[in-house]
Design a protein around this ligand. Structure first.
Ligand code: ZN
Ligand code: ZN
Length: 156
């Protein structure tokens, strides 16, 4: 029986990429600006989870972006904002309008800004997003991803 199931497992298993590396953050249930305002809201939901709502601002317009709280998910909804791919926007807290703090520079040259997973400012415990609309890194990144990313620097 054990032999059979092991055989079945191996045959049916698709080798995508190694993924198991301990506990990794996959869902952001709460996240905060540097002033401790909670950014999650039900303005838009993703798979039933409340999205992360941030203000986007540039010289032409100001609107809201609601991001999927699932790490790596590119789901998002814009509200009153016409995002153009490649454009860099200021990302702010909808409550206090303070720009989110810069965590690092993205490979695209724009800044990666941070949200915090607790009301305390702690860059050891944050998630990030690129300010450039349409950037590969414009979905939320776990802290672990951010660390890997900054160590690796540029890559193609
Ligand atoms: Zn705030
Ligand atoms: Zn970027």
């Amino acid at each position: 029986m054990g032999v059979f199931s092991r055989k079945d497992n191996r045959a049916g298993k698709r080798v995508d990429k190694p993924k198991e590396e301990g506990q990794e953050l996959t869902l952001v249930t709460d996240c905060y600006c540097a002033n401790g305002h909670n950014l999650t809201s039900d303005l838009a939901t993703f798979d039933g989870f409340n999205g992360i709502t941030i203000t986007l601002r540039n010289s032409r317009q100001e609107g809201l972006l609601c991001l999927s709280p699932l790490i790596g998910d590119t789901g998002r909804s814009f509200f009153n904002f016409e995002g153009e791919a490649g454009e860099i926007v200021e990302i702010c807290c909808p409550t206090c309008s303070e720009p989110l703090p810069v965590y690092n520079e993205c490979v695209c040259g724009a800044d990666l800004v941070a949200f915090f997973s607790s009301p305390k400012v702690d860059f050891g415990n944050c998630i990030g997003i690129c300010q450039r609309i349409g950037c590969l890194h414009s979905e939320i990144k776990s802290n672990r991803d951010l660390r890997l990313f900054s160590r690796r620097g540029f890559f193609d």
